[in-house]
Write a protein that binds this ligand. Structure first.
Ligand code: SF4
Ligand code: SF4
Length: 166
């Protein structure tokens, strides 16, 4: 069996000094620094929250919403597919029977812990009836208490899809 020996780097006197590499790195840093000092238009950093991002698209995964049927009732059938798919295990659903005959079940309680959520979109992908979406465009949510980050069914149903996204 042929063995390929890979030469080790960093053995020369110049490489062991580290200084040429440090100087090379600083050269790049300072070249960007002076370039941006002359012309700030290329700087990607936003002075948030005074400046808000303008490039949020409809595909951006923001805070969730539960979609509704034409009669304004909840679309979710409490199948638990989203909760099963969720890697962060942050979806809590309590199912109840649906009295109007549209479906067998509906959620009595449906909440998402946004502090646990990793915004992977797995719940949206897993839902068989398009009942949960993340197209609200809500990217900033500030609360005072940990418990307030758990959004309940009423809040999720009140969220609207983002308007005017790219
Ligand atoms: S976005 Fe991901 S982590 Fe968040 S609730 Fe959905 S599946 Fe769970
Ligand atoms: S949101 Fe979709 S996947 Fe989750 S319980 Fe409701 S119907 Fe099932």
């Amino acid at each position: 069996m042929g063995i390929k020996i890979i030469p080790r780097h960093g053995n020369t006197f110049k490489e062991k000094l580290y200084l040429p590499a440090i100087v090379g790195g600083l050269k790049v840093t300072f070249s960007h620094f002076f370039k941006n000092l002359k012309d700030t238009s290329n700087i990607e950093t936003l002075c948030y929250p005074e400046q808000r991002p303008k490039d949020i698209t409809n595909r951006y995964r923001g805070v969730h919403r539960l979609t509704k049927r034409e009669d304004d009732s909840v679309k979710c059938v409490a199948c638990f597919m989203c909760a099963t798919a969720c890697p962060a295990e942050c979806i809590f659903i309590e199912a109840t029977e649906r009295e109007d005959g549209i479906d067998e079940k509906m959620p009595k309680k449906f909440s998402i812990d946004l502090l646990e959520c990793v915004f992977c979109g797995g719940c949206v992908e897993a839902c068989p009836c398009d009942a949960i979406r993340m197209d609200t465009g809500i990217f900033s949510f500030v609360k005072k208490k940990k418990e307030d980050f758990v959004v309940d069914i009423d809040t999720l149903l009140s969220h609207e899809p983002m308007k005017g996204g790219n």
